[in-house]
Design a binder for this molecule. Structure first.
Ligand SMILES: [Zn+2]
Length: 286
């Protein structure tokens, strides 16, 4: 049975290559990391030696793809122009790091236009993404993640993301679909066979599955349509193990890298147990 790469967000505290060690210790085949602090505007790059070590370790471990996750501060359509500017610079800086370390791309949330009309917010986002891609050449992709909705956030539904992709017109602009955010934003009420298939088709229609490079595989601590983003360990939240079993059977999701962003059973982040649960989803009982 064809299955996606199964992995997790891992810490690179200390040095980049620690992320590869962490991945191996929990059995992650692909990873997401922070390329720089997610809580600061200022971005510090990495020493050439640190990057080399990371690339070697990654190669030796056979881990990939590698995605970076952007800073939480980023809001490409903030009504405040100076925040917008800072967001664009910050995102470009993180994308440069992705490129420098040989990561496949940078996953980010678009942000919220707040009281701004949606059309205007979308236009601002499209232009900003185009400038960033122009400013940071190379192969590294910018990957839009669906939001949990709420607060006029852009990117809570596949059609809005599709609209941005079709207007930016770059093969480097991709999508990451978060299972918990889709549930929290009211896109899917239950991951049963019918609704899951429906969601997959809706994504395909909105932006095409070729654009779906990653999925954040998270259970949800909050209820359907809560617009409140809280991740839970797989099987411990409102989506539940059965929901993820259904998700695993959907072929349209098999080419994306599956990345856990769960709290972990001991509270220290994605762990071996969550990875093992993901693997168990693909074991077919006869
Ligand atoms: Zn996510």
């Amino acid at each position: 049975m064809k299955r996606p790469k199964l992995g997790a967000h891992v810490s690179v505290a200390g040095k980049l290559s620690n992320g590869i060690e962490r991945a191996q210790s929990i059995g992650a085949e692909c990873i997401q990391i922070f390329g720089a602090s997610p809580k600061q505007w200022a971005v510090r790059g990495h020493e050439a030696r640190d990057i080399e070590d990371f690339k070697k370790a990654r190669e030796a471990a056979g881990i990939g793809p590698v995605y970076l996750h952007a800073a939480y501060l980023v809001n490409l359509c903030s009504p405040d122009s100076s925040s917008r500017q800072k967001s664009e610079v910050n995102l470009a800086d993180h994308l440069k790091i992705a490129s420098a370390i040989g990561a496949e791309g940078l996953i980010f949330h678009i942000g919220s236009g707040k009281e701004m009309p949606k059309d205007k917010a979308l236009a601002i986002v499209v232009e900003s993404i185009q400038r960033i891609l122009l400013h940071v050449p190379g192969l590294a992709q910018l990957v839009i993640e669906n939001s949990a909705g709420g607060g006029q956030k852009i990117g809570g539904n596949p059609e809005e993301i599709g609209e941005i992709l079709s207007r930016v017109k770059s093969s480097r602009l991709k999508v990451c679909w978060d299972t918990a955010h889709a549930f929290e934003s009211g896109i899917i009420e239950e991951y049963d066979a019918k609704r899951t298939k429906g969601m997959a088709k809706r994504l395909d229609q909105a932006f095409g599955m070729d654009a779906l490079v990653a999925m954040h595989i998270n259970d949800s601590k909050t209820a359907f349509n809560s617009r409140h983003d809280r991740h839970e360990n797989i099987g411990q939240g409102h989506i539940g193990l059965e929901g993820f079993k259904v998700l695993a059977r959907e072929k349209l999701f098999a080419d994306a890298a599956w990345i856990l962003e769960v709290p972990g059973f001991d509270g220290t982040g994605p762990d071996k147990k969550n990875i093992e649960i993901l693997h168990s989803l693909f074991v077919r009982s006869r």
